[in-house]
Ligand binder design. Structure first.
Ligand code: TXA
Ligand code: MG
Length: 306
């Protein structure tokens, strides 16, 4: 097992052809059940050896890879992926990451690498090497440390195995981005269906939670709380009187002082990790617009409150 950076979050990698390696990965991560993994490859050609591509998938791969888009496609029959990776499903999630160390690892290894986020199951995704080390403690695997992740949110997952392309997890690449390339409608199913059917285990709520509870759309801070700010904080006060300067040091993180959503996404998990450590009663979170990547930011924040 080796933890490595991607442009989204750090991944915990195992040889996707080896049941032993993948079983060890599930054990270290402590996933409660076998939840399928994303397979990382170095090129579209390598992806086509694993999954069945149609014209739509080829167009998306040509447009967005390397990049933060995972495609769920039918598994290639007789391929090399161990069934533990796909949890026995007839489909596989695959992507080419846009991060130089990830690509160097994939080229040197010369094989598919299954990689979930490099954190123990149920906790926040890691966007720095230190997050990986502190999540696993003494059991930490080898970590290829290469600084913070540029995007900072897990990849968009698009299910292309059915008639209508469907987003299973929101990310930096939005439904509008995908629809404008495909010239067709893209649906979103990031929540379980009303009858409770879960299409992707990633739809399960409470997946990205810090230990400290969040309070969303906060317009002020209650004493004892930490603040996750977005944009200028001029008008934020402390309930009962006082200003942000009165909060203990380390109790405020601003995702982007200029209100830049891309910068905010890159800072989201790091800021939550930081604020989670100070023993606050809640993390008050200022309103973040749901424009563009803001939809994925709000998706992660909402899950963390459930
Ligand atoms: O950005 C990312 O995607 C990161 C980096 C390391 O690449 N990886 C990541 O992996 O977030 P993980 O294991 O935390 O999330 C994988 C998600 C899970 O929600 C899983 O249920 C879904 O992908 N998934 C995997 N294979 C699937 C399949 N065949 N059908 C539907 N969902 C699938
Ligand atoms: Mg994860």
């Amino acid at each position: 097992l080796v933890a490595f950076p991607t442009e989204t979050v750090y991944g915990l990698g195992a040889d996707a052809r080896s049941g032993h390696a993948v079983a060890a990965l599930y054990a270290l991560k402590g996933r409660p059940s076998f939840n399928p993994l994303i397979v990382h490859v170095e090129s579209v050609m390598a992806a086509e050896a694993i999954a069945q591509f149609d014209d739509r998938a080829r167009l998306l791969a040509a447009t967005f890879w390397p990049g933060p888009l995972s495609l769920v496609l039918p598994l290639r029959i007789g391929g090399v992926i161990d069934p533990l990776v796909t949890a026995g499903l007839p489909t596989v999630a695959v992507r080419v990451p846009a991060q130089k160390t990830a690509l160097a690892l994939l080229r040197a290894f010369d094989g598919p690498i299954a990689a979930p986020s490099a954190n123990r199951s149920g906790s926040l995704s890691p966007t720095t090497p230190l997050h990986v080390a502190s999540s696993f403690g003494h059991d930490a695997p080898m970590i290829l440390a290469d600084g913070p992740c540029g995007v900072g949110l897990e990849s968009t997952i698009l299910d292309c195995s059915g008639a209508i392309p469907t987003i299973l997890r929101a990310g930096a690449i939005t439904a509008d981005d995908l629809a404008s390339i495909l010239g067709e409608k893209v649906t979103t199913a990031t929540q379980p269906a009303p009858d409770g059917t879960v299409r992707s285990p990633g739809q399960m709520l409470q997946h990205y939670a810090p230990r400290t509870p969040l309070r969303l759309r906060a317009v002020d801070v209650i004493p004892g709380e930490a603040l996750l700010a977005f944009g200028p904080t001029r008008f934020m006060g402390v309930r009962g009187g006082g200003s942000l300067q009165d909060l203990p040091p380390g109790a405020v993180r601003n995702l982007s002082e200029t209100g830049d959503l891309v910068e905010a996404a890159a800072n989201l998990f790091r800021s939550l990790h930081d604020l989670d450590r100070i023993g606050a009663s809640h993390i008050a979170v200022m309103d973040i617009p749901t424009i563009g990547i803001g939809a994925a930011i709000n998706d992660r924040l909402t899950r963390a409150t459930q």
